[in-house]
Write a protein that binds this ligand. Sequence first.
Ligand SMILES: NC(=O)c1ccc[n+]([C@@H]2O[C@H](COP(=O)([O-])OP(=O)(O)OC[C@H]3O[C@@H](n4cnc5c(N)ncnc54)[C@H](O)[C@@H]3O)[C@@H](O)[C@H]2O)c1
Length: 286
Amino acid sequence: MKVEEADRWDLSRKTAVITGAASGFGRELALLCGAAGMRLVVADVDATGLERTLVMTGLSPEKAVVQRCNVAQSDEMDLLARTAHERFGGTQRLFNNAGVIAAGPIWKATPQDWAWVFGVNVMGVANGIRSFVPAMLEGGEPAWVVNTASIAGLVCPPERGVYAASKHAVVAMSECLHHELAQTGKQAGVSVLCPAYVDTGIADSAKHRPAELAATNPEQAPIIDRTREAMRAGRLSAADVARFTLDAVLQRRFYVLPHRRASIGLEHWLRDFLAGGAPSNPLKGA
Ligand SMILES: NC(=O)c1ccc[n+]([C@@H]2O[C@H](COP(=O)([O-])OP(=O)(O)OC[C@H]3O[C@@H](n4cnc5c(N)ncnc54)[C@H](O)[C@@H]3O)[C@@H](O)[C@H]2O)c1
């Protein structure tokens, strides 16, 4: 089912909260959800980018709210949930999408690399679930959460240890949440988005890194440059991934794998695992 064919009535009476909405997937999700008639609460640490997203949606302040929010801070996520409740009476679709990347050999990762990446990628998702899901369940309407992980949440490339560990945590939280939501017997579910390389702003995510967590792996720069090149060569755009994601939500699919070829790495991983061997390098032959 294409998003354009989606039941617009179903979406148009819903509120979507999207983190990391100043750029990349988050911005494209906001454009699609806005075009489908949803009310939006868009959040990011990048206030300028957020305003740009709002302008691009063409939505009036009655239908869309922007809020500067650091997802790593639990009180800021609570405030975001309160905004969605006060402005639109609640949230029915939550996109825990904000994310950052650090790179380099894992033994050179600094404590600040771990704190920053886990603060945003792991605690950002945990905070989103804690701040929003209870009220979504009590709201009496069908509710859906989308957590943005990565193909690096399923296989482990070298020199991305901190990032891959954080994204594995997002997949784990999503799988547990899936079971827990099913046990409630309510109309509620979750999807986990696991894309491969896509050309977005994430290679430059350090520009919003807090000063107190600035100390980073000294070998990171050339690896981030190679990542940026791979992202620019990506087959799918951020808009493609957003469309694929919204389709998956409409179809209530859990695993969202826009890059089919990248998921072949998972088959290799399972073969290696069952054979009791060591993992193949997922970047070789990708
Ligand atoms: N682009 C890729 O190749 C790729 C692949 C797999 C997964 N992802 C994941 O997709 C998600 C979206 O990233 P993107 O690729 O669109 O990158 P992006 O940098 O274009 O967008 C991420 C947004 O998150 C925001 N952000 C960063 N820290 C934040 C914080 N503490 N609180 C709130 N917002 C914060 C950034 O300002 C930015 O606007 C991330 O979780 C990322 O890990 C990206």
